[in-house]
Design a protein around this ligand. Sequence first.
Ligand code: ATP
Ligand code: MG
Length: 347
Amino acid sequence: MTAQPTSPAIQAEGITKRFGAKQALGGVDLEVPPGTVLGVLGPNGAGKTTMVRILSTLLRPDAGHARVAGRDVVADPEGVRRRLGLSGQYAAVDEKLTGRENLCLVARLYGMRRAAARRRAAELLADFRLDEAADRPSGTYSGGMRRRLDLAGALVARPPVVVLDEPTTGLDPRGRSDTWHSVRELVGAGTTVLLTTQYLEEADQLADSILVIDRGTAIARGPAADLKARVGGERLALTVPDPEARSQTFGILGSLGAHEPELDRRTGRFTVTTDYGAHTLEYALGCLRLAGIAVQDVELAPPTLDDVFLALTGGPSRGTAGVPVAAAVSAGSVPGPGAGEGQPWHG
Ligand SMILES: Nc1ncnc2c1ncn2[C@@H]1O[C@H](COP(=O)(O)OP(=O)(O)OP(=O)(O)O)[C@@H](O)[C@H]1O
Ligand SMILES: [Mg+2]
C-alpha cells in the first residue's frame, strides 16, 4: 500500500502554478524521504501554501508532477487523500460541533467504526490538551485551541504522510512546544512530515532538511547545518540604547564585518557577521568604548537561520528581517514590514 521504503514519501518535480498574471510557483522540486521532516521556509507570498495545496490535491499544478506516498496527485487524488493528513494554514473546524464531535466526524469520514472513532478522538483531545473543552462547540474555542483541534484532525487516521501549513502560527509558547512534541512523536513512529513555517527556529528544531522558497522559486535546500555553513562566520550582536550614537556605531561595526550591520530600530540592536569571532568582539568593544558609546547585551553566536535567509534573499528589503542600519540612520525612521507581511522572522 505504501511507497517502497527507498522511494521518497513526497516527491515533486517542476511544480508550476500561475494565478492570472501571478506566478505563484515557478518550477519547484522537492523530495522528502520516508520518516523525515522537510521544513519549507519562505516569506509571505513565497508560494508555500500553493505547494501545500497542490500536494494535498486541493489545487492542480499547471505543470510538473508530484507523488505522495507513491500516488500521483493529479492521476490519483483519492489515493493521495487516503494517505495524507492535512492541517491547512487556517484552522478548518466546524464551529457548531464540539471538539470531540469534530474529531469523531473526521474519523468516521476516514471509515473508522464508531467506537474506534471515539477512542481516537479522546486520545487526540488529551494529546492536544483539549479534553476540558472537548464537549463544547468549537466556535467557543480560542484561536490557539482551534488550531490545535485542526492539527489533531490531521492526525486522526494516522496517515503515513502529514502536511502542516504553518502549524504553530498563532499558538502560545506552550501550544508551540506541544505541537513540536507531537511532530517529533509522529516522526518517531515513522510518519513523513512536510511543514511550512515562518519560524526559522521551528525549522531548525524539527526539520531534517529545509527548502527555502522565495517568489515561487527554490533558493536553497539542505540540512539546517549546511545552510548555516553557507552563511559562514559568527554573528556579533549588541545593543546601543542611545539613538544618537547609532550612526557612529554603524561606522565602527561596518568596518569590521563582511556585510553591512543590521539594526533593529525598536531595540537598538546591531548585528554584524564576522569571520574573526572573539577578536572582532574585543576590537569592536574597544572602539566603542573609546568613542564613549555605551553598549548592552553583547553576544557572539553562530549564524541562525534568520541570517541564512538574509544572506540568501539578499537582505531584508522584503520586510522579513531587520533593517539595514544605513537606511535607518539616513532616513531617520525605518519602514516596518510591508502591509500584509508578518514579521515573525526575528521572533
Ligand atoms: N487563489 C489565488 N488567486 C490569486 N492569487 C493567489 C491565489 N493563491 C495564491 N495566490 C498568490 O500566489 C502567491 C503565493 O501565495 P501562497 O499563499 O502560496 O504564499 P505563502 O508562501 O503561503 O504565503 P504566507 O506566508 O503569507 O502564507 C501570492 O502572491 C498569492 O497572492
Ligand atoms: Mg501560506
